[in-house]
Design a protein around this ligand. Structure first.
Ligand code: 8YV
Length: 347
């Protein structure tokens, strides 16, 4: 168990019987384990409970040896797992879809509001004691309303759909999306509402499947919510950013690699787009204060958060439960068909 898990989760695992848990030393708190710690504790384990920081590759699998039956990640994303390799060795993979959609959607909305309403620079003004010399003016810290805008979704999976529902009260003008996996409501500019997972009936807001570059051209806010794979790497690149309106914003809560950071910094510096809300960034967590997006010519247009998208108390508990259940299910220690046991992520 490579990360600190709630006591309830560890107890549930112990209660399943026949389980010996290898957990992190208490004095290392919640820090990511070193690669050495992971590799040295893998030999002989039946299941590995991991997070994004644990790369599952040949070295990882070789260290574990033939005893390893299941790898369970406390994340919906699995780009840190060489899925083809793991499966070729007959090892099962579990992830945590479904339980974090609403939490990540909430954070996307928060990022969009932060960056449109200039919250990063407004907060810094107060925190640095500059409010007294920055008196209110009719135009200070002004930004566009989210209401009535055209919203673009790169990817339209569960998180995008949850976010689309959150945006309904803002009465969007249009909702446009692009995805490599066609949705069943594509038929004739289908209507929103009950067609969206968990949605409530709202008439009159069309959800349109459009080409990626068309989306770039029309969207006032682009939400990037695709999983990272070779086809989505730098899906937001120089060309995409150049096609966006100068008044438009990009919000990324997927993986840092979906947005070309250098191109984004350049687009912000040259006012080719208006701003960016980011929960993820290429190279995270090694982001220093000297990062180009935090430099004086960029930072006022950027809300950058340290990958906290799924971080509601309820969601993290549900993710931890599901992560452990996936291990226990694969090892035959709990009913695999229970509603929380989701196994075998597919590419
Ligand atoms: C998690 C995430 O915070 O689920 C994912 O794929 O990126 C985040 O929700 C992270 O994975 C924790 O491991």
């Amino acid at each position: 168990v490579c990360r600190t898990m709630p006591t309830s989760v560890l107890k549930a695992a112990a209660a399943a019987g026949k389980v010996e848990l290898i957990t992190r030393p208490d004095d290392e708190g919640e820090q990511a384990p070193s690669r050495d710690w992971v590799l040295s504790h893998l030999p002989g384990v039946s299941g590995a409970v991991i997070c994004l920081s644990e790369h599952v590759d040949a070295e990882f699998l070789d260290a574990a040896g033939p005893s390893l039956k299941v790898v369970s990640t406390m994340s919906v994303g699995y780009d840190h797992i060489d899925l083809a390799l793991v499966k070729s060795r007959g090892i099962r993979v579990g992830n945590t879809p479904g339980v974090l959609d609403d939490a990540v959607a909430e954070l996307c909305l928060l990022l969009a509001l932060m960056v449109t309403r200039q919250v990063p620079v407004a907060l810094r003004t107060v925190q640095e004691g500059r409010w007294p010399s920055f008196p209110w003016t009719p135009t200070c810290f002004m930004g566009p309303s989210m209401a009535g805008k055209t919203i673009g979704f790169l990817g339209f999976g569960n998180i995008s759909q949850s976010l689309a529902n959150l945006l309904v009260p803002f009465k969007p003008k249009r909702l446009v999306y692009t995805t490599s996996r066609p949705r069943k409501f594509d038929a004739a500019d289908g209507y929103f509402g009950s067609l969206v997972r968990g949605g409530f009936p709202v008439e009159g807001i069309a959800v349109e499947n459009v080409d990626k570059m068309q989306l770039a051209e029309v969207a006032d806010v682009v939400f990037v919510l695709v999983d990272l794979n070779p086809t989505t790497k730098h899906i937001v690149d120089k060309e995409f950013l150049a096609a966006m309106k100068t008044s438009a914003y990009v919000v990324n809560a997927s993986r840092g690699g979906t947005v070309d950071t250098a191109a984004l910094a350049e687009a912000l510096r040259t006012n080719s787009i208006a701003g960016a809300g980011l929960d993820v960034i290429e190279g995270e967590p090694d982001i220093q204060a000297s990062h180009p997006l935090l430099a004086p010519d960029c930072r006022d247009k950027v809300a950058l958060l340290p990958h906290i998208g799924s971080g509601t108390t309820e969601t993290r508990q549900a993710m931890a439960d599901m992560t452990m259940n996936n291990v226990l299910g694969a090892l035959g220690l709990r009913d695999e068909h229970g509603k929380e046991a989701v196994m075998d992520a597919e590419l």
